[in-house]
Write a protein that binds this ligand. Structure first.
Ligand code: ADE
Length: 354
């Protein structure tokens, strides 16, 4: 695919939109999300540490005539793990096959994926922490030596034959790196990279870029307001931008700060970007458990919410904002959390700040 293919994403989007409208089909948000996804390094904002290291690694591999080594990206949802995998494929001109940990149920599923790769392909496995043990063990020799170990027969007469695989690069993503076994982690010879939350400035840059691609006139104060409430997360920022654009269009308003406030109030997003689940988490922690410390299991039961959702989605943002602390004895609400939700601050927290 030529690098100019995505250059004018807005134009491309509009052309496809016209085609779709002709066919009277709906253009869904997942399509819009693809339109907004950067496909070149210079369009990819933030994560400088990762960008520098990955670009160097790709360049070195290319100069040596090798395929890039395996890479693992981890961090909270929405920070661009899948986006960077697509970007690497695009920038290196490689084909990428996409799958996920839970989709590979049996050893045979992985064997089929691996044997169907073309030389130099990238295999992207999302949610790699959800691979089952048997599948994972097939992946080790595939990653390390480029072979597929197939066991034929059972019991004492069982034997292993080895099949050479086409050379490939595995790029994997996970929100829960602690659940990736250390033998698997150590096989990502190109590196294990932690995606960081974005700064408000970086998010503003992403929203600005997206508004141009969507051909939406977004005023400076509206841009800042979206950025401020976007959980330091590009996926959330782009989602808010799209909803604010809808709100402005339907109400025949300009897309400025007031409009953003109105649109986000409809979504129950407050000035810090907290949604109902975030606020409930803090309210339960403060009201039911005197602000903690409380274990995750207890919070999960009290909120009727899965532990994984709390740990991966709700807590990282609250911690980043300084509303929550994870201590060895459990979760603790901070003074800022009490103030934000208009609860009286307990004495012990007040004294901490003095
Ligand atoms: N969309 C998602 N992640 C992005 C990033 N880092 N830069 C630009 N657009 C993005």
């Amino acid at each position: 695919m030529s690098s100019t293919y995505f250059k004018s994403s807005a134009k491309r989007y509009n052309t496809i939109m016209e085609e779709k409208n002709k066919k009277n089909e709906n253009l869904d948000d997942s399509f819009l999300d693809q339109t907004l996804r950067p496909t070149r390094w210079d369009e990819y904002i933030g994560q400088k540490h990762i960008k520098d290291n990955v670009k160097l690694l790709l360049r070195a591999a290319e100069e040596r005539g090798h395929i890039p080594e395996h890479l693992l990206f981890y961090g909270p949802p929405g920070l661009g793990k899948t986006t960077i995998a697509h970007l690497i494929a695009h920038e290196t001109g490689r084909q990428m096959k996409v799958t996920s940990g839970p989709a590979i149920e049996k050893v045979g599923d992985l064997a089929s994926i691996l044997t169907n790769l073309a030389p130099g392909d990238i295999l992207f496995i999302d949610e790699i922490h959800r691979l089952n043990k048997m599948v994972e063990e097939i992946l080790y020799p595939a990653m390390e030596s480029g072979v597929l170990d197939i066991i034929i027969g059972k019991g004492p007469s069982a034997r292993t034959i080895q099949l050479d695989l086409p050379p490939f690069t595995l790029i994997a993503a996970t929100t829960r790196v602690a659940l990736v076994s250390s033998p698997l982690r150590s096989r990502f010879s190109g590196g294990v990279f932690r995606m960081e939350f974005y700064s408000d400035e970086e998010i503003a840059e992403i929203v600005n870029r997206s508004s141009k691609l969507l051909e939406t006139k977004l005023e400076e104060d509206g841009l800042k307001e979206i950025a401020k409430r976007s959980r330091f997360t590009p996926r959330t920022a782009n989602y808010f931008l799209k909803r604010c654009r809808d709100y402005a269009q339907v109400n025949k308003m300009k897309l400025n700060k007031e409009t953003v406030k109105g649109a986000l109030a409809m979504l129950s997003i407050d000035e810090l970007g907290l949604n109902n689940s975030d606020r409930r988490f803090l309210e339960v922690l403060i009201e039911k458990f005197k602000g903690g410390p409380v274990g995750l299991k207890t919070m999960s039961a009290a909120l009727a919410e899965e532990e994984a959702t709390l740990e991966e989605v709700v807590e990282p943002y609250l911690i980043q904002l300084g509303l929550l602390e994870r201590t060895p004895r459990g979760r603790v609400a901070t003074e800022k959390a009490y103030l934000h939700l208009s609860f009286a601050v307990p004495k012990n927290l007040q004294s901490k700040l003095l």
